[in-house]
Design a protein around this ligand. Structure first.
Ligand code: SDX
Length: 430
């Protein structure tokens, strides 16, 4: 028997269906609320509102659980790769060896950018914000020809489109890094895997190819894999919103890049480094930072802390903290910012302000320290986040577009402006 909730308002009473997820989550289906009770809901920030049902990612914020297609993130972090996780998220299951090989071949084939992109990059100043460049270039991808086979099945076409976007975003990110430094653009090396090719495109010189160490490749694979999806976060909801108008995947992901850029979302990894650096350089002490975060001085927040869903440790933060320790030790790097981060974490987790509000380190708290150790400049941290999130945006956009019942997203509002009033000519306005 389907469960319902009864809503009584004035002289009306309606039964609204309860939707139960496979992990026991309950949602109130308000599809008939307006017609049945003349009401809409109001939930700024959507803290209590589900936009969809989804089979892709499950988060239990109270327990700090994150699973991609049911597989715990800890197992994927230990056994999988970014490319395999991308296939898992988009196609809904782990790939067989032949499927993974095919996906890797498509990623390699799609790595080169059309020569026309060089003119686009040259149109930006060297200090253009990398996220602005990334968003613009993603929109430009379909402006250039793409040879795809006509006999491909819808699934093969989806894999090709995903490979094209995931692969070209890597080349675009690397080209943006080189443009900013006046370095010549390089061509992808078809012999290299996804991450090693990225590091080649970023760090090679025309006369000496960069040999990324296995430790570095593993570390960046882990960072990308951990960022690959996170259910209906701000940027993914943006990709779904744009996709719901039947805009193409490139326009939808370009819009998602814009949402991710914000310091409350993916831009937090940059803000965390800036915060740690200001503490380290003596701008403020760790205790000052904690105090300012508690007082909300000038809107100051402990960047990399807190989360809309996690009210426990973000499992990705735990994994990245351990990886930062390991990679810095492998590199023989002593980064004082890691010590500052640990000090902040220890102080915050003992402070009732953070404990009472269940504010814990999130994915952005340690990721920047790891990327900095790998030689990735701070202003590219959110670009790396976008590279990692691309499979999630694609998977979520595809889930929406494959849903025959999907409708264009068009929220309602409660109007609080002036009631009807007449126009007043300019000469009567006093
Ligand atoms: C990401 O959604 C996702 O899944 C995102 C993400 C993903 O993978 O896509 O996980 C990636 O965006 C991680 C979050 C990165 N952002 C930051 O680290 C920025 C710092 N954190 C925040 O500003 C904040 O915690 C948010 C934005 C992450 C969550 O904001 P909410 O859910 O709107 O929470 P809130 O602002 O209502 O805060 C609740 C209380 C408030 O205090 P009171 O009004 O109850 O007194 O907690 C306080 C806030 O002031 N608070 C903080 C704080 N975060 C929340 N106080 C100090 N420092 C902080 N970081």
């Amino acid at each position: 028997m389907a469960r319902t909730a009864k809503l009584t308002f004035d002289d009306r009473s309606i039964d609204l269906p309860i939707v139960e997820g496979t992990e026991g989550e309950l949602g109130l289906d308000i599809g008939k609320l307006r017609s049945g009770a003349g009401l809409i809901t109001l939930d700024p920030g959507y803290g209590n509102t589900g936009s969809c049902t989804s089979e892709i990612t499950f988060i239990d914020g109270e327990k700090g659980i994150l699973r991609y297609r049911g597989i715990p993130i800890e197992q994927l972090a230990k056994h999988s790769t970014f490319v395999e996780v991308a296939w898992l998220l988009i196609l809904g299951r782990l790939p067989k060896q032949a499927e993974l090989d095919d996906f890797r071949e498509r990623l390699g084939r799609n790595a080169p950018l059309h020569e026309g992109f060089k003119h686009l990059f040259e149109g930006f100043l060297a200090d253009a914000p990398p996220m602005a460049v990334l968003s613009a270039m993603i929109n430009a991808i379909p402006c250039f020809p793409h040879t795809s086979r006509d006999d491909e099945s819808p699934e093969e076409r989806a894999i090709e489109d995903a490979a094209r976007l995931i692969s070209k975003v890597r080349s675009i990110a690397a080209y943006g890094y080189r443009r900013a430094r006046g370095l010549p653009y390089l061509y992808p090396d078809p012999k290299l895997g996804y991450v090693a090719n990225f590091m080649h495109l970023m760090f090679s010189c025309p006369y000496r190819q960069h040999e990324a160490s296995p430790e570095m490749v593993d570390a960046l694979n882990l960072i990308l894999l951990l960022h690959a999806d996170h259910e209906q976060n701000c940027s993914t909801s943006t990709a779904r919103m744009v996709g719901s108008s039947q805009a193409n995947i490139y326009a939808s992901c370009a819009a998602a890049v814009g949402a991710l850029w914000g310091p409350l979302h993916g831009g937090a990894n940059v803000a965390v480094l800036e915060m740690l650096e200001s503490i380290h350089k003596g701008g403020v002490s760790a205790a000052d930072a904690i105090k300012m975060a508690k007082d909300g001085t000038g809107g100051f927040r402990l960047m990399g802390f807190g989360h809309r869903v996690y009210k426990n440790f973000d499992p990705r933060a735990r994994i990245l903290k351990a990886a930062a320790d390991k990679v810095l030790a492998q590199l023989g790097v002593k980064d004082p910012l890691l010590d500052v981060a640990r000090q902040l974490e220890e102080m915050a987790l003992k402070d009732s302000y953070f404990v009472d509000r269940k504010l814990y380190p999130n994915v952005d708290f340690y990721s920047g320290i790891l990327m900095r150790a790998m030689g990735i400049p701070t202003n590219m941290f959110t670009v790396i986040f976008a590279m990692g999130r691309m499979p999630g945006w694609i998977a979520q956009w595809k889930e929406l577009r494959d849903d025959p019942k999907a409708r264009i997203a068009r929220p309602r509002q409660i109007y609080t402006g002036p009631n009807e009033t007449d126009y007043v000519g300019i000469d009567q306005r006093g």
